[in-house]
Design a protein around this ligand. Sequence first.
Ligand SMILES: [Zn+2]
Length: 365
Amino acid sequence: MEGKSMKSESQPLNAILLTKIKEFTRDLLLNLSNGHSPIILLDRFRNHCILPDSNCFCSSNLPCGKQVLTLCKETHVHRLDVMLRVLLIVQKLLQENKHCSKRDIYYMHPSVFLDQSVVDRAINDICVLMQCSRHNLNVVSAGNGLVMGWIRFVEGKKVFDCISSPNTAHPIPVYVEEIKDIVNVADYILVVEKESVFQRLANDQFCNANRCIVISGRGYPDIPTRRFLRLLVENLHIPVYCLVDCDPYGFDILTTYKFGSMQMAYDTKHLRVPEISWLGAFPSDSEKYFVPKQCLLPLTAEDKRKIKAMLLRCYLQREVPQWRLELEMMLEKGVKFEIEALSVHALSFLTESYIPSKIHGQVNI
Ligand SMILES: [Zn+2]
C-alpha cells in the first residue's frame, strides 16, 4: 500500500520559474537597450547517438554541447520571437495557476507560429532554458492512455477505482503530479502498445485471472502515460513488461518507454522506465508459436530503413544487446507480424497462453 502526494512541490517551483522568466527577459532587454545583440545558450540533449564504440554519455542525463541562438541569424530571430511569445503565455499560466495544451498555445498566434511543431520546439526550448519539465510550465496534453487492473488512486479530488471493476478501461490522468493514495494489489504491470490488444485483454477478463495493472499508450505513448507508468514503477516496485507488435514501430515504441525519445531527451530522466522488460512479440516468436506464413508480412523498404537506423542506437548495444539481436533477426527474416496474428490458433490464445506463459516462465528480455 502506498500513498504519496507531490502537490506540495509545485507551489515553490511556480515561484522559481516566474523569477527565472523575469530574469531571462530582463537580461534580454538590458542587452538590447545597451545596443548588444543578445546571445542565448541552450543545452543540447540526446537520448542516444550512433557512436559505434558506445563510449558516449547518452545515458548520463548530461547535456552534450550547447546551441547558440543570436539575432544575427534570420531563422533564430523567428525562433526567439516564438519563444518569447510562448514564454509570455507560460508566465500568465503560472501567475494565474491555469493550465492549457500545446494546441491552445498554437491558436493564440497561428499566423506567427505557422505550425504546431514550431510551438512544440519553443516549449522544449523553454524547458531546457528553465531546467524543468513541460508540466511545470502548466502546459499539459490531453491524455491518450488507458489503465485497468488491480489499482486504485486519487488524482486531485477524483478517485480512479480500477479495483472495483478491474477489466474496465479508465483514462490515464493528465495531472500525474497530483496522484496520491495509490492502493496496489497487483503483482506486475503489463504495458501493451495498442488499444486493440488492451480491448482484447478487457474482453477476455484478463485481470480476473491475472493480478496485474494493464496500461496502453495507444501507439507512441504521450507524456502523461509515460509519467504515470514511471510513477507506478517508482512507487510500487513490481515488474513491468511491454507487449508490442513485431515490427519496427512496435520496437521503437518499446524503446520510447524504456529509453525515452530524442525529442524529449532533455527530460528523459523523468520519462524513461529502465525497469521495463520486453515480453514480446519477438521475431523468434513466429516459429516458436507457429504463426502461419500468411500472417507474416514482408518488411517494406521504409521498415528496413528504420530497422537499420535503430540498430545503430548506442543504448541497444550497451544496455540491451538481446533486444538488438532480435531486431537484427527481424531484418534477416524480412518479415513482421502483429500481436493479433497470435490469435490465429484461438481467440483467447494471447490472454490464456501467450502472456501468462511468458510471464510465469520468465520469457522476457
Ligand atoms: Zn550514445
